[in-house]
Design a protein around this ligand. Structure first.
Ligand code: PAP
Length: 308
């Protein structure tokens, strides 16, 4: 790792075209928007998790917003009503997020450490290995079918303020080459999957599809995993309902054009359809085959029979 205090010289990093005139830079084998690189380095060098911390890790567009609302509700049962007027991204900060971006102040300062802290990150395990291996904190990783993830990312990028159009073909190429923010998607998933296999007591690995199929069962499992099991079924049902796409997306805050500090994405862009299988409406058979082949090559060859 480079010197702790020096910013990385962005001009020295590999560069690839991304959406419109924008480009991504490669750092430690993963791709990032240039403004994020030094924030990420700061997280890698300065974040010291506590054993009581809970970290939600995910690749973009795989269910982060949903899991943020669920984990927040499970861990903060008496204030779960806050989801009705605060966006999940406000309630659960990204380690590499806007607080750090705006003020240079670490959102993970120890001043916040008197309660169980809940953070989120899109940074890969490969980059955070030293940090995460240094501590017994609990990690929840969520992933999603690659084709639905890609379609969700494509829509999201086209919702960006002042966006330049990004065609589905450009999105497919970027995804398959792995040149997407925090990507490659496949390496991201494989990294956290390996961590889960290594430390199953500390890591819970869930998929968007499993969560959709049995949200009640998964909320109970999350409660057990986080050391705060439920006494009865009613509260589980209440959390599942309050965090459902239908309920969350109906709140004024989540319908608004407001956004996090310096964020180009309005709050409403985090709620689109919230379903599984939407790729069938956007991807040709040929593209589906191309991605499935990649999925077999990257996941199935490791015995991880997911994503097709
Ligand atoms: P992020 O990584 O930028 O935070 P993330 O929340 O992971 O995004 O992904 C957004 C997707 O989750 C959207 O999927 P879609 O484009 O296929 O619709 C969004 O609609 C979906 N989503 C948001 N909230 C929920 C929810 N409560 N239940 C199910 N899906 C949800």
């Amino acid at each position: 790792m480079e010197n702790d205090e020096l910013d990385i010289d962005l001009a020295s990093l590999p560069k690839q075209k991304w959406v419109g005139d924008d480009h991504l830079l490669q750092f430690g084998g993963f791709w990032f928007v240039p403004q994020h690189i030094n924030l990420i380095k700061k997280v890698i060098n300065h974040f010291n998790p506590l054993p009581t911390d809970v970290i939600l890790a995910s690749s973009p567009k795989t269910g982060t917003t949903w899991l943020k609302s669920l984990l927040y509700s499970i861990l903060n049962r008496s204030s779960k009503h806050k989801l009705a007027f605060k966006h999940p991204h406000e309630l659960v900060p990204f380690l590499e997020g806007p607080v750090l971006m705006q003020s240079n102040e670490l959102p993970f300062s120890t001043a916040l450490s008197n309660t169980c802290r809940l953070f989120s990150t899109h940074i890969s395990y490969q980059l955070l290995a030293k940090t995460l291996d240094s501590c017994e904190c609990r990690i929840v990783y969520v992933t999603r079918n690659p084709k639905d993830t890609l379609v969700s990312l494509w829509h999201f990028m086209n919702k960006r303020r002042g966006h330049q159009p990004w065609t589905i073909n450009e999105a497919v190429d970027a995804f398959c080459y792995g040149v997407t923010p925090y990507g490659p998607y496949y390496d991201h998933v494989i990294g956290y999957r390996a961590l889960y296999l290594k430390r199953p007591k500390n890591v819970m690995f869930v998929t968007y599809e499993e969560m959709k199929e049995d949200p009640h069962g998964h909320v109970k499992k999350l409660g057990d995993f986080l050391g705060c099991p439920f006494d009865g079924e009613e509260e589980v049902d209440e959390i599942v309902k309050n965090c459902s796409f239908e309920v969350l997306s109906s709140h004024e805050v989540n319908k608004s054009e407001q956004s996090l500090i310096k964020n180009l994405f309005p709050y409403n862009s985090f709620f689109r359809k919230g379903i599984t299988g939407d790729h069938e409406n956007y991807l040709s058979n040929e593209v589906i085959q191309r991605i499935d082949t990649l999925t077999k090559h990257r996941f199935h060859s490791l015995g991880f029979m997911y994503g097709i």
